[in-house]
Design a binder for this molecule. Structure first.
Ligand SMILES: Cc1cc2nc3c(=O)[nH]c(=O)nc-3n(C[C@H](O)[C@H](O)[C@H](O)COP(=O)(O)O)c2cc1C
Length: 199
């Protein structure tokens, strides 16, 4: 199975370091056999989630391209700056738009922070779990000022190794989760979590 990974960039900064780190993981993912797409929410902003407006699938015509990307993905990477110990509003708004689509998909997390970003990644993990998505048990934290030079090239080799490890592990574990979920969907077994997602 060719794993399809969607990387979601959640910073509105043109020189975003979290988006640069995300691109490194996506490139590394390709070397492990994944197909990848980048959804940079700075370039493709989502409207503020409004439950009156997006209450069912037919009302999503203005966010069709992003919805298609989320449906296309077998696994996702969320990249967020640390904003007050939490994820950016951009990422939270992305998570508000989707949930049904996350079941049976594995998520990886990247955070630019001066404080290791653990609370940020934990909060993303909590929101994803609430939507029945799976999560990698570790993430990658980047200190944007120290780990990249002014040209946007990564200079911290330990961080670069961790980004590549995350890519490798997401390809391997993401595929196992996705394949099992799809097998469960295709079967007629009742006592599986995936049964409720059968159409
Ligand atoms: C509103 C706001 C809140 C922030 N809060 C924190 C914080 O609590 N902890 C921290 O380490 N950095 C904080 N930062 C700094 C950003 O996390 C940091 O600049 C990050 O590298 C930006 O990521 P980016 O390059 O992907 O945009 C904050 C920045 C902004 C704009």
């Amino acid at each position: 199975m060719l794993l399809k990974i969607l990387g979601v960039g959640g910073s509105m900064r043109e020189t975003s370091r979290s988006t640069l780190a995300l691109k490194i993981i996506l490139e590394a993912g390709k070397t492990y056999g994944a197909e990848t797409r980048l959804l940079d929410l700075r370039k493709h902003p989502l409207p503020f989630y409004d439950p009156n407006r997006y209450h069912d699938d037919t009302d999503r015509h203005d966010i069709r391209r992003i919805t298609d990307d989320v449906n296309w993905a077998d696994a996702l990477i969320l990249a967020s700056p640390d904003y007050h110990g939490s994820m950016s509003g951009t990422i939270k708004n992305f998570l508000d738009h989707f949930w049904w689509e996350f079941a049976g998909k594995t998520f990886a997390y990247v955070c630019t922070s001066h404080e290791r970003g653990l609370t940020v990644m934990d909060q993303m993990r909590t929101a994803v779990r609430q939507c029945y998505g799976w999560s990698m048990p570790y993430g990658a934290a980047i200190n944007g000022d120290h780990d990249f030079n002014e040209n946007g090239n990564i200079t911290n080799l330990a961080v670069e190794r961790r980004l590549r490890m995350l890519a490798r592990d997401l390809v391997i574990y993401g595929r196992i989760i996705r394949e099992q979920f799809q097998n469960d969907l295709a079967s007629s077994e009742v006592a599986t979590f995936a049964a409720q997602y059968r159409k």
